[in-house]
Design a binder for this molecule. Structure first.
Ligand code: HEC
Length: 474
């Protein structure tokens, strides 16, 4: 007997009983409709991803009104791989699924992606739990202020993705430093991060990451590379390439690429998987989709996890990373933290540990941009779980710990820039776990970077127009 026949049979029995006894009673057994969340996990998650709110964050092909949803689920789209559920699920269960999807849509729509345009122009006051802050403009008129460093004299070095390294003085004047490498400023590429050597005061070393170009067979290829140099008389000199990701790729996105020195003086470099998830992140004989660790002169630390594996790239520190655009050291513990962009949903916060596989693209909490699933699983033995993940994607860029004495209510918190929703996410950490989150600096703009300056102020870089703000407590 199939389910419809069962229902029919039971209906007859019930009717007969009712007629005989004239006593009201309710029908139970299998006819009890199953909980929509349970149905989703058992019957939908394998194709649509584990989280229903990740699934609903999509461009709808067949409409998302309740009637549309009921129709899609009942009749399916067999030619496109969507099974017919009418006959497998009861009418009530299908309605329950439509309600679950509608509810999840509300969660996603509260972020108001479409309406989230930069609304900030000019002095503004932002209040957050225990802190009131305002913004001072450090510099504006840039394209995309990707990297930021404050020099000992209080002035700034800012990398603009368009390909220019600017020196910015205290009066908002910017001067282009000449002699920096040519960059492939297309797509997500360009002049990317900047960091100073821990002993910059003595040696003057500056490290810059960028999209390096190679011409091959009339085609332009690119990769993530890091160059070390010094600034003399407005020129970038004494250059040494300390890292070159291999192989080059023809794509123009997912370069990474953040630079962080740890307390021992090792340089960490994040590199994205160049949009080729099936090729690079799980293959340790290649550089893309990894976090790398090198000495300050580009040589390889003897205890790097794959230093003795002849088939591996010896610079690799972690693998299975997607597009890590946030990397920072906790100044208290010395631990390295990373954020990476997920696909649609599933942006991650990870604690970076040597030799660990972060699982992309085998495990993920996100799904494809077209709504099609990438992987049905989000957990697997031997692959690290993120410390936190965001659905929908906030598009994390820039990552820093609040330190110093200027922001007592935020001290020790992690700040994550949101490119997508135009705010900074304040993440409250305890014992390396996320215990709370708050959106701060709402509508500030597409947040490209957030960093602590040497002077103890938080600095935030936004796009359109490229501007760097100092966050000043009031
Ligand atoms: C075997 C894989 C698979 C399973 C299992 C599956 N779906 Fe789908 N579903 C798809 C595909 C593929 C599409 C896109 C169809 C198309 O392109 O027209 C889709 C489309 C949909 C749509 C329409 C989306 C739109 O863009 O308009 C809804 C709603 C939906 N599925 C709900 C469900 C629900 C609820 C379940 C569980 C009861 C489920 N699906 C189970 C593969 C699946």
């Amino acid at each position: 007997m199939n389910k419809i026949q069962k229902v029919a049979a039971l209906f007859i029995v019930v009717t007969v009983c009712f007629a005989f006894s004239q006593v009201k009673f309710s029908v139970n057994a299998r006819l009890a409709d199953q909980d929509p969340k349970k149905i989703y996990t058992e019957k939908c998650a394998s194709c649509h991803g584990e989280r229903v709110d990740a699934f609903v964050d999509r461009v709808w092909k067949h409409g998302n009104s309740k009637d549309d949803l009921i129709k899609s689920i009942t009749y399916g789209y067999e030619d496109f791989g969507m099974p017919i559920w009418g006959g497998i699920l009861t009418k009530k269960e299908i309605e329950g699924m439509a309600n679950l999807i509608t509810e999840s849509l509300k969660t996603v729509q509260q972020y108001d992606f479409a309406k989230a345009k930069p609304a900030f122009n000019g002095p503004a006051i932002f209040k957050s739990n225990g802190m009131t802050v305002t913004l001072d403009t450090v510099v504006t008129g840039l394209n995309s202020p990707w990297g930021f460093e404050q020099l000992p004299d209080g002035t700034y070095l800012i990398t603009d993705r368009s390909g220019v390294l600017y020196h910015v003085d205290k009066n908002k004047n910017k001067t282009a430093i000449t002699g920096t490498p040519a960059v492939l400023a297309e797509g997500q590429g360009g002049l990317l991060d900047i960091t100073l050597h821990p002993k910059f005061d003595q040696n003057g070393w500056i490290y810059i990451s960028y999209s390096k170009i190679k011409e091959e067979g009339g085609k332009k290829l690119g990769t993530t590379a890091v160059v070390r140099g010094r600034i003399k008389d407005g020129q970038f000199v004494d250059q040494l390439e300390v890292f070159e990701g291999l192989p080059y790729a023809s794509t123009r996105h997912h370069y990474g690429s953040r630079l962080v020195f740890d307390k021992k003086g090792y340089l960490f470099i994040s590199m994205g998987e160049r949009g080729q998830e099936k090729v690079f992140p799980q293959d340790i004989s290649t550089s893309p989709g990894k976090i790398h660790r090198i000495n300050d002169d580009g040589t390889i630390p003897a205890d790097n996890p794959f230093a003795k594996d002849a088939t591996a790239k010896a610079t690799i520190y972690t693998y299975g990373n997607r597009n890590p655009q946030g990397l920072t050291m906790d100044p208290v513990s010395g631990l390295i933290w990373e954020t990476e962009h997920g696909p649609r949903g599933g942006d991650e916060l990870n604690l970076i540990k040597p030799g660990v596989n972060y699982g992309w693209p085998v495990i993920s909490y996100g799904i494809n941009y077209d709504g099609k699933p990438i992987t049905p699983i989000s957990k697997k033995e031997g692959m690290e779980q993120p410390v936190n993940y965001w659905i929908p994607s906030i598009a994390p860029s820039g990552l820093t710990f609040v330190s110093g004495s200027k922001y007592s209510a935020w001290k020790g918190n992690l700040l994550v820039g949101s490119l997508r929703f135009n705010y900074v996410n304040r993440v409250i950490m305890q014992n390396n776990k996320v215990v709370g989150q708050e959106k701060i600096l709402m509508n500030i703009g597409r947040t490209r970077n957030v960093e602590m300056g040497r002077d103890g102020y938080i600095y935030v870089g936004i796009e359109n127009p490229g501007t760097v703000f100092r966050v000043r407590p009031m």
